[in-house]
Design a protein around this ligand. Structure first.
Ligand SMILES: Nc1nc2c(ncn2[C@@H]2O[C@H](COP(=O)(O)OP(=O)(O)OP(=O)(O)O)[C@@H](O)[C@H]2O)c(=O)[nH]1
Ligand SMILES: [Mg+2]
Length: 327
């Protein structure tokens, strides 16, 4: 049965989504419950509103002014990955499954209203995942787009239940804010319009535990107009994580290098992460300005050099290189 929500309800809902304090949110939810049409088609929604309201009322009051610092996420780890998708795509489920963060996951849409970062371990490094509120036609806070712009990589999250609708909506809405996604691993499109930003993206397809998912995925691959690099996963069965980690590492275009001191074993536990194409000089700058300023030469062990080869600052490093800096 259709919900037939009224303009008064939609206005209260919009106010709720932009509310910052607990008190504002409670007032909006009470208003939504007051004006929602009372019939069978809205029973589920009414129950959800009541459950949100009682949860908010149980939360302790925050002291001091409301803080909006969830809108700035300082970058941590080897790359910042922002999760973008329509409501219910599975963004929060991914962050909950892959990190220690605890974003709310629910079967109804528009669950997430804040940005939640969490660290995803990948071999000996970690990526920072940022769970975001959904992109949807009704309303998206401007700071959501700011966070998409700030990220190094986008996971364009769609559910196998509705992949094309989610994909189209997201690319369309990002386009209205001058953000264009392109398949990670391919060259970024030539800049066509000033001020437009191009971001590499992986298409992460959730719900691969669902009945018929394999067939739906094959159909999706055929229907895609853009050759997105697809990573199928299931947040329920916990599958696809290794590939998701490996593809993310590739898509971030980073390398790991390991440092050693003369006559000592290399530190193979804590690599430095650098952009592909980085040089010995870049590594030295990452470690310390004084080391970069005083750099004389480095000895490198790795696939493209002979063991302990002596190189200058301009030498380009490779994934897995071991470097001994002399300064
Ligand atoms: N079967 C199945 N269900 C999933 C999977 N991933 C997410 N879900 C379910 O999909 C629903 C929505 O998941 P969320 O993670 O809250 O989705 P979201 O994209 O964060 O939603 P919003 O916060 O509204 O944007 C929940 O009921 C999840 O349990 C999956 O891989 N398999
Ligand atoms: Mg969410």
């Amino acid at each position: 049965m259709p919900a037939n929500l009224t303009p008064a309800y939609r206005e209260a809902d919009a106010r709720f989504r932009s509310a910052v304090t607990r008190e504002e949110k409670i007032a909006c939810l009470e208003e939504m419950l007051r004006v929602i049409p009372k019939h069978k088609g809205t029973e589920k929604l009414q129950a959800e509103l009541r459950s949100r309201l009682s949860k908010l009322k149980r939360e302790p009051k925050k002291k001091g002014p409301a803080r909006r610092d969830s809108h700035r996420i300082p970058r941590e780890g080897s790359g910042q990955v922002v999760l973008v998708g329509c409501p219910n795509a599975g963004k929060s489920s991914l962050v909950a499954a892959l990190t220690h963060a605890k974003p709310e996951v629910a079967s109804y849409p528009l669950t997430t209203r804040e940005a939640t970062p969490g660290m995803m371990a990948y071999q000996d490094i970690a990526f920072q995942l940022v769970d975001l509120p959904p992109l949807c036609e009704e309303h998206v806070e401007p700071w959501v787009f700011d966070l998409v712009r700030a990220g190094d990589l986008v996971w364009l999250v769609v559910s196998i239940a509705q992949p094309l609708a989610g994909l189209d909506l997201v690319t369309e809405l990002l386009g209205t804010k001058a953000v264009v996604l392109y398949p990670a691993g391919k060259a970024a499109p030539e800049e066509t319009r000033p001020g437009w930003l191009h971001k590499p993206a992986l298409l992460v397809v959730t719900g691969m535990d669902r009945k018929g998912a394999e067939g739906d995925l094959a159909a999706l691959e055929e229907l895609l107009e853009t050759p997105w690099p697809i990573v199928p996963v299931s947040c329920v069965a916990g599958t696809g994580w290794d590939e998701l980690g490996a593809r993310t590492f590739e898509a971030l275009e980073i390398i790991r290098v390991y440092c050693k001191e003369p006559k000592k074993e290399p530190d193979l536990e804590r690599p430095f992460t650098l952009q592909r194409g980085a040089t010995v000089g870049d590594l030295a700058r990452t470690i310390h300005k004084d080391i970069a300023d005083g750099l004389k030469f480095a000895r490198v062990w790795g696939p493209s050099v002979f063991d302990g080869q002596s190189v200058k600052a301009a030498h380009v490093l490779e994934e897995g290189d071991v470097v001994e800096i002399h300064w």
